[in-house]
Write a protein that binds this ligand. Structure first.
Ligand code: HAM
Length: 420
């Protein structure tokens, strides 16, 4: 077949889907523990939501969005992240009405047209939480603790929490001035992207992967040196909470994010076992984003984790060793028309009792059905042939303990009891 999956997308199946389910179950479990309620969001939204929300000068908006016009000539974008959609839903559904904090959780696919490589896909999966309504650092601490404890609980050993404060709209101005002053003498040596960023989005220069730019910013001023008293108090309190929660972290004064909406707290969770795409989760506070689409400014903080990278890292750390594909509890072997008819009745009864059951669909011989069941590692076999029907029995065969027993064909309670 000439048609292939689009570059940067893939099919997830077999043993991999078991890993995904396992991880997703844990994520849902943590959402419940931390009392975040799920929200299902549309996969596509108005382009304007993202261009205004994430920022016109960001790489995501400029280079990576899958945008198109639909047949009604509307500008549509496949979501390149979840936060802007949560904010839209929060405002549109008037979730601010009770003035309290709204704690929302989401999971789903995200689309970015980046260059595919290990840990970087064009359609990938994120889960995320958004804590909306609180100005206070206790909300930041909860968000970081959710991420850290989930990953620790999954058994990850190599993760590192990096933390920074990029200040508010007041102190950011001072910092940007200082950064530009520092960069000015080397402006001509910056890469072409950063030359442009110098005017449009100078903070992003701190995140450039180009070797020359990296060398230039080595001694650049850090954001934490420039934050105002209020931001400093917020940051110090957050640090105190993280210490109480025994969450280890390092302060990286040059940590900035690829989305423009952040204020005060930003953080990333990384691992050095993932290569260049080393962030498994990231987030921070965004106190002005809701105000961009709504009459009131409502503070918020959240994070999103990449599921694809999380699974890669868990594989890397050996956390799926011994994982096997699910096999049915029972395989019902049958040959010939009358025994097939009886077999589907048995299968149906066992399924209604909650067992996972399978049967042959290929008219294979008894021998080859048994071989197949054995190869799959199925422990319990029930055999119904012509002779068994005549005798009113079914043969139970235990493939692990190598014994078999005849059971009255209608005695499901005995089948229940003998099954492993
Ligand atoms: P982000 O840092 O753009 O933040 O993405 C969060 C996570 O998604 C990353 O740490 C990474 O694990 C994963 N990720 C990003 N791009 C890719 C890719 N191309 N392939 C595979 N995984 C990827 C956000 O999206 C913000 N909305 C986070 C947030 C929530 N901030 C506040 N609330």
């Amino acid at each position: 077949m000439g048609i292939k999956a689009i570059k940067g997308t893939r099919d997830i199946f077999g043993i991999n889907i078991k890993k995904w389910r396992y991880v997703e179950d844990r994520i849902f479990n943590y959402a419940k523990r931390y009392n975040y309620s799920e929200i299902r969001l549309p996969t596509f939204e108005s382009t304007e939501l993202f261009s205004r929300g994430i920022g016109d000068a960001t790489d995501i908006v400029n280079k990576e969005m899958y945008s198109f016009k639909d047949k009604g000539d509307r500008n549509i974008t496949l979501r390149p992240e979840g936060t802007a959609s949560v904010v839209r839903a929060y405002i549109e559904n008037k979730m601010y009405i009770d003035k309290g904090v709204r704690k929302l959780f989401y999971i789903g696919s995200i689309f970015r047209q980046e260059r595919p490589q290990k840990g970087r896909f064009r359609e990938f999966y994120q889960f995320g939480i958004e804590n909306i309504g609180s100005l206070f650092p206790i909300a930041d601490a909860e968000v970081i603790s959710f991420a850290y404890n989930l990953y620790k609980g999954l058994g990850l050993k190599s993760i590192k929490v990096e933390l920074n404060s990029i200040g508010c709209r007041k102190c950011r101005v001072e910092y940007i001035k200082a950064l530009k002053n520092y960069l000015e003498p080397n402006l001509n040596d910056l890469c072409s992207n950063c030359k442009e960023r110098y005017n449009t989005n100078p903070l992003r220069i701190l995140d450039c992967k180009n070797k020359i730019c990296k060398d230039i910013i080595e001694n650049a001023p850090t954001t934490v040196e420039y934050i105002c008293d209020e931001c400093k108090k917020h940051f110090d309190k957050l640090i105190a909470y993280l210490n109480i929660l025994k969450i280890p972290f390092i302060i990286n004064g040059k940590l900035v994010r690829g989305l423009d909406y952040y204020t005060k707290t930003v953080f990333e969770i990384t691992s050095d076992r993932l290569g260049s795409q080393n962030a498994i989760a990231a987030g921070g506070r965004y106190d002005y984003l809701i105000g961009m689409f709504h009459s009131d400014e409502i503070p918020a903080v959240g994070f999103a984790g990449g599921i694809d990278r999380l699974i890669l890292l868990m594989e890397e750390e050996g956390l799926f060793d011994g994982f096997k594909e699910d096999v049915p509890d029972v395989f019902v072997v049958s040959v010939g028309d009358d025994s097939k008819s009886r077999a589907i009745e048995v299968v149906s009864e066992l399924r209604s009792r909650g067992y996972s059951v399978d049967i042959d669909f290929m008219r294979r011989s008894i021998k080859s059905q048994l071989r197949k069941a054995d190869k799959l590692g199925i422990k319990n076999i029930l055999i119904i042939g012509h002779e068994e029907i005549q005798k009113g029995i079914i043969i139970y065969k235990n493939m692990k303990k190598h014994f078999q027993k005849e059971i009255d064909i209608n005695n499901y309670d005995e089948i229940d009891k003998i099954m492993e």
